[in-house]
Design a protein around this ligand. Structure first.
Ligand SMILES: [Zn+2]
Length: 150
């Protein structure tokens, strides 16, 4: 017998798909992060959803953040499920901002020189999508030695 879930008030069967994907609050969280990133996740199973994020064609630095998002989102959903199991409520907005904060931290750790770690999710994507590294260069000139110098 499958136990009832803690994520909805209705109490659906608690399956992996339900907790992490099909529960209304999970759908809302995924949709928020996916739609801002231009990722279409409609009709995907959990595994397909994760690999869609992993394989999403984006600039290299943005990809590193997108790749981490399924783990970040699922971790927050799991924490909320456990909190509710023990009688504590976790608001949707709290989960959303926690996911975003974790993404910001990842950005700061991975690319400390990129400004924009305090931007919201949408701006963060825009910054990473248009990021161009500043190239520092110094022209170097070399003259061959004279033939008779020894
Ligand atoms: Zn549920």
């Amino acid at each position: 017998m499958v136990s009832k879930c803690y994520c909805c008030n209705v109490g659906e069967e608690e399956t992996i798909q339900h907790i992490f994907l099909t529960a209304p609050i999970a759908q809302k969280l995924w949709n928020h992060f996916a739609s801002c990133a231009g990722i279409n996740i409609e009709g995907l199973h959990l595994q397909q959803l994760i690999t869609t994020w992993w394989d999403w064609p984006a600039k290299h630095k943005l990809r590193q953040i997108l790749k981490a998002m399924p783990t970040i989102i699922m971790w927050e959903l799991w924490k909320r499920r456990n909190a509710r199991r023990h009688g504590r409520e976790v608001a949707y907005e709290k989960m959303k901002s926690q996911c975003h904060k974790t993404a910001q931290m990842l950005l700061r750790v991975k690319y400390p020189w990129i400004k924009g770690g305090d931007q919201d999710w949408k701006d963060m994507i825009a910054i990473l999508n248009t990021y161009k590294p500043k190239l520092h260069f110094r022209p170097v000139h070399w003259d061959p030695p004279d033939a008779d110098c020894g």
